[in-house]
Design a protein around this ligand. Structure first.
Ligand code: NAD
Length: 248
């Protein structure tokens, strides 16, 4: 079994902090060259420096995943620099939480553009190099909320549920070409995204997690490294939760 990613070229969006940063560090530790992509260059450079200090390989690339041009430029630059893209981790995401009756069109549009349309664009962009290579692993970061729904997150849940249907469809289209597409659905992970949650709500949520703790970016990264590696060569079209048993 090869759980390594040696020599693989991996793009990770939203790699400047949180889960994306954890994924970038872990993929580099597994031997991949990681293209760390997000909007904040200074934060990306800090992640790249951390990877280099640990003996890994990485580069920073500024991207805005709500822009088609920006995503296409990221993939073009990666292929120009390395001649290939082996792994694409679509991790960048936002929330604009509010109850449906108060949800503004922009709350809906921004979340769908950043969390779902971006994945359509980036997946299309990596198809050409991956089809040429006859190999590739696309890993989309969904959410358990896309499986269960959540009051106040109709926009976010729709985008994350949409990711699952999208990923299964593309997985069927490209399986014969050696390209795999899977979804990782995190539960409650300690990052900036969840930091604002009131303590009482956090405790109530924790009571529903059989493993009795919140998750860390490293908890998500373990599964991502597996899905990026050849150890998962027979796994495609799957949605796998990393959520302490919250949704089973
Ligand atoms: P975070 O807010 O800490 O980090 C989000 C990352 O996405 C940042 O690097 C940010 O710069 C980047 N990003 C946002 N909009 C972008 C844009 N337009 N262009 C480029 N980059 C952009 O969030 P996180 O908790 O690390 O979440 C990462 C992913 O995991 C998201 O897709 C999120 O929906 C998902 N997720 C998180 C949790 C959780 O509990 N934290 C649970 C389930 C799913």
């Amino acid at each position: 079994m090869n759980l390594r990613a040696d020599g693989k070229i991996a793009i990770v969006t939203g790699a400047s902090r949180g889960i994306g940063r954890g994924i970038a560090l872990a993929l580099a530790e597994a031997g991949a060259h990681v293209v760390c992509a997000a909007r904040d260059l200074a934060k990306l450079e800090a992640v790249v420096a951390e990877i280099a200090a640990a003996g890994g390989k990485a580069a920073a690339h500024v991207v805005d995943v709500s822009s088609r041009e920006s995503i296409e430029a990221l993939v073009t630059a990666t292929v120009a620099a390395h001649g290939r893209v082996d792994v694409l981790v679509n991790n960048a995401g936002i929330t604009r939480d509010t109850l449906l009756l108060r949800m503004k069109p922009a709350d809906w549009d921004d979340v769908i553009a950043t969390n779902l349309t971006s994945v359509f664009i980036s997946t299309q962009a990596v198809m050409k190099p991956m089809l040429k290579q006859r190999a590739g692993s696309i890993i989309n970061i969904g959410s358990v909320v896309g499986l269960t729904g959540n009051a106040g997150q109709a926009n976010y849940a729709a985008a994350k549920a949409g990711l699952i249907g999208f990923s299964k469809s593309v997985a069927r289209e490209v399986a014969s070409r050696g390209i795999r597409v899977n979804v990782v659905t995190p539960g409650f992970i300690e990052t900036d995204m969840t930091a604002a949650m009131p303590e009482a709500a956090k405790q109530a949520m924790l009571a529903t997690v059989p493993l009795g703790r919140t998750g860390t970016p490293a908890d998500i990264a373990g599964l991502v490294v597996y899905l990026a590696s050849d150890a998962s060569a027979y796994v495609t079209g799957q949605t796998v939760s990393v959520d302490g048993g919250f949704h089973m």
